[in-house]
Design a protein. Sequence first.
Length: 337
Amino acid sequence: MQQVAINGYGTIGKRVADAVRQQPDMEVLGVAKTRPNFEAETAIEKGFSLYAAVEDRADQFGEAGLEIAGPVEDLVEAADVVVDATPSGIGARNKELYEEYETPALYQGGEDADVADVSFNARSNFENATDADHVRVVSCNTTGLSRVIAPLQEAYGVEKVRATLVRRGGDPGQTDRGPINDILPDPVTVPSHHGPDVETIFPDLDIDTLGMKVPATLMHMHSLNVTLEEEVDPSDVRELFADESRLFLIPERMNIDGSGKLKEYALDAGRPRGDLWENCIWEKSVSTVGTDLYLFQGIHQESDVVPENIDAIRAVTGAADAEESIETTNETLGIGL
């Protein structure tokens, strides 16, 4: 039973903690927070041991009526693996701590790729992370792109990927994020950082990405144009995607025309927090012109990396191979719409 520490209990950390708890071969040793808030209270209510991530703020938990189990150093020392779910840039600063206690660590996609030995996507390069000391689970957008590119590359070969990423301004709880009433090229230069990030998974891939931000909080939207090495019928691509457990082809009969209805569907389906762990591809959008493939997909930025973190835990601890891990993760979380 792998003892998993989770440093950071926010948008990603709390979801990973819940997912770890559902695994037959893992348990949550504890979670760390920088300060007391509603998430810290929720962690205790769920039975997670709470640790103080910042020594100077440890007294704040007692003042708020929250009991802590100790400093984050104790948690890291006792763990078999740490999932660092802290804000971008903090994970890199925490690396020294994990190395001090010789505890393997996972980082999130907001960190630079050089923080880790390998950037990770379960579908694409699980084996590269086996027994690694530092693994970076790539961002929500890179995860979504990688899940589509991998089967296309294997089945048909990929000459070129062009992706336009329409990105939410902020998560629902990020009240300090924007834009409020604007549409921003982000960045105005090409490529956006997403293309080079995908190349950390597929080093030889030719990919261009453009990014923009819009005043929304629900999901990202990708417009993809993939030039394949051969002409393919759209129905064959749909069949290929239908066999991928973390791709959800949205049938036309569902009348789901946007992110709002997708989230509503997830809530009606009983998904915790309305999470969508899968890429949500509009089936009707999958079309071809010669060797060019086109599609639209929705990416839920708060949750699609959660199953990847679970699989990465098994990779770094050598607990399972890719097929076994993905199957277990999918079954325990209920992945597959």
